[in-house]
Design a protein around this ligand. Sequence first.
Ligand SMILES: Nc1ncnc2c1ncn2[C@@H]1O[C@H](COP(=O)(O)OP(=O)(O)OP(=O)(O)O)[C@@H](O)[C@H]1O
Ligand SMILES: [Mg+2]
Length: 156
Amino acid sequence: MSGPAIHALHGFLGSGKTTLARRLEAELPAMRFSSDEWMVALHGQDPPAADFAEYRSRIAGLMQLYWTRALALGLPVVLDEGLWTRRERGELRAQADALGVPLTIYALNTPEPLARERIRQRNAGPASLSIAENTYDLFRPRFEALEPDETHVSVF
Ligand SMILES: Nc1ncnc2c1ncn2[C@@H]1O[C@H](COP(=O)(O)OP(=O)(O)OP(=O)(O)O)[C@@H](O)[C@H]1O
Ligand SMILES: [Mg+2]
């Protein structure tokens, strides 16, 4: 066993985070926390937009209880969030430091047309959270690319 560690992901919509998270879950092995799966299980594939932020934040709080507990029990965890903002990444780094566990951020560099196409295909399949066509453009401005001082592992 590899001991407690946080494996986190950085990538925009459809970049392949959940796919990589599943791979890490199996290979490390680790406990994976994918908030979209909790969302679908609790609120369905297309929760009302007006409630989405509230649902997300409740799920994040609940997941944190479990992933910090898993770390305390000595298990590696995979956090399947996009870490879109520098602030979120900084907070996670501070949290890892406070817990005394190593943090690895894997950056997914999937070209935009490929990510869009993958979302289209995934939407057509069963059981995943639905991402509307315009959501990509709507949220793109919120995505802050990694800066040179942000240590990470690049994944292609
Ligand atoms: N390396 C890959 N090769 C081929 N298909 C892939 C690869 N990675 C992901 N996909 C496919 O692309 C789609 C999107 O991938 P995935 O769900 O992992 O992205 P995501 O970053 O988790 O998306 P979201 O931001 O919506 O959570 C899925 O249908 C997945 O099967
Ligand atoms: Mg995902």
